[in-house]
Design a protein around this ligand. Structure first.
Ligand SMILES: Nc1ncnc2c1ncn2[C@@H]1O[C@H](COP(=O)(O)OP(=O)(O)O)[C@@H](O)[C@H]1O
Ligand SMILES: [Mg+2]
Length: 368
């Protein structure tokens, strides 16, 4: 079949995104009320939003098999989706603010009865909140570092007793927003200062977590329970960071020191690890994916303690997908190592979602 004829019979897919452009426009409108003054604006405020390059690459991949429309995951999304009624929503929208921002599009899809790629709103909401993530991991006896949540009122006594060194981060950000070289604190004064700075700049509770000094890994996964495909394990190579930098894959490491014109050799894939460690990491990742009922795709971050035991730091059920290999985007890199070119990765996620939702519908019919 010729390309155009094939596409005539193709399914309609709506790509829902949160572009940097839209985020900046929305923030400009909102700033007087809820956002920050220019002086307060953290330099990484826009880090998690989609660039034109990413959006073009995802749209290009989907267009190979589907008829694609792109919309923003903003306040106009409900009406747009209601009018379009696509066969599938391909969701990469991080949302435009609020503690439930990553849930916005899956919720709209649920209301409208539209199949949507990725995890549902509950999973996305829980994983955006790093403390909730850790509470659930703990319930399932999946190792995660000890932590506490600091906020403006109270918790001072517990904060002052929290063992150091610790890492201090915003409760619900991604893409290393608010995690900087100085987020590793070794004194109470540094801890207090960092908690204050994050509260002020990010307007949200602060997570104080035991710092794990060992090797760091990130693991991509595709699929649905119980058939998750665990992609080759990536090691975050802290030796690639500048000599005096702390061993943290934070804001500077992702967005300042690493430049696509001269990329840092920060991702080692597949990681060079013993068979025993590989087995343990893969088991922990599977357990975490099942515990959170992750759907279609995800990336799980882990780190070893001083004794070499792995702990889960966080789950990213809406993973970063920068298309240019020189940008060191972990999920596309792991997928490449498993034999999926970028377009194949995107099409695989669409296919997994279609299969999952059709299967779900068939099951519902039988039950009725
Ligand atoms: N408890 C910890 N111990 C050691 N390093 C940590 C810890 N938490 C975070 N880090 C470092 O900070 C980086 C970013 O933290 P993470 O919790 O994954 O946030 P993000 O959502 O921004 O990716 C990690 O990749 C790791 O290098
Ligand atoms: Mg992370």
């Amino acid at each position: 079949m010729k390309g155009s004829a094939r596409l005539k019979s193709a399914l309609n897919v709506t790509l829902v995104c949160s572009s940097k452009k839209a985020a900046q426009e929305i923030a400009v409108v909102r700033r007087p009320k809820v956002l920050l003054t220019d002086d307060d604006e953290p330099p990484d405020l826009w880090a998690e939003y989609d660039t034109d390059e990413t959006l073009a690459a995802v749209e290009h991949a989907l267009s190979k098999r589907y008829r694609v429309t792109r919309i923003e995951g903003d306040a106009s999304a409900y009406a747009r989706l209601q009018a379009l009624r696509p066969d599938l929503v391909f969701n990469i929208s991080e949302g435009f603010g609020g503690p439930n921002r990553e849930c916005h599009i899956p919720i709209l899809c649920e209301i409208l009865g539209l199949p949507c790629t990725g995890s549902d709103a509950l999973t996305l909401g829980l994983c955006l909140d790093k403390a909730r993530t850790k509470e659930i991991l703990s319930h399932h006896r999946i190792p995660t570092p000890p932590f506490l949540v600091a906020n403006a009122s109270g918790s001072r006594k517990a904060l002052n007793a929290f063992p150091l060194p610790a890492i201090v981060k915003p409760l619900r950000e991604g893409s290393s927003m608010g995690i900087r070289n100085d987020s590793l604190v070794t004194t109470r004064a540094q801890q207090t200062q960092r908690v204050r700075e994050i509260t002020r700049a990010y307007h949200q509770p602060v997570l104080v977590e035991a710092f794990l000094p060992g090797r760091e890994f990130t693991v991509g996964a595709l699929g649905n329970a119980p058939d998750y495909e665990i992609l080759p394990i990536i090691e975050i190579n802290h030796r690639a960071l500048p000599k005096d930098a702390n061993p943290i894959y934070g804001y500077e490491a992702k967005w300042v020191w690493d430049d696509p014109n001269c990329p840092l050799p920060i991702l080692i894939c597949p990681a060079k690890i013993s068979a025993a460690l590989k087995k343990t990491i893969r088991r922990l990742v599977r357990d975490a994916l099942s515990a959170f009922r992750v759907q279609d795709w995800c990336r799980v971050d882990l780190r070893l303690d001083a004794a070499g035991r792995p702990f889960i730091l966080e789950l990213n059920p809406l993973p970063g997908i920068l298309p240019n290999p020189r940008d060191n985007s972990a999920l596309p890199a792991a997928a490449r190592a498993a034999g999926y070119a970028y377009d194949q990765l995107i099409l695989r996620v669409a296919e997994l979602a279609l299969r999952r939702t059709q299967h779900g519908r068939a099951k519902t019919k039988i039950r009725i």
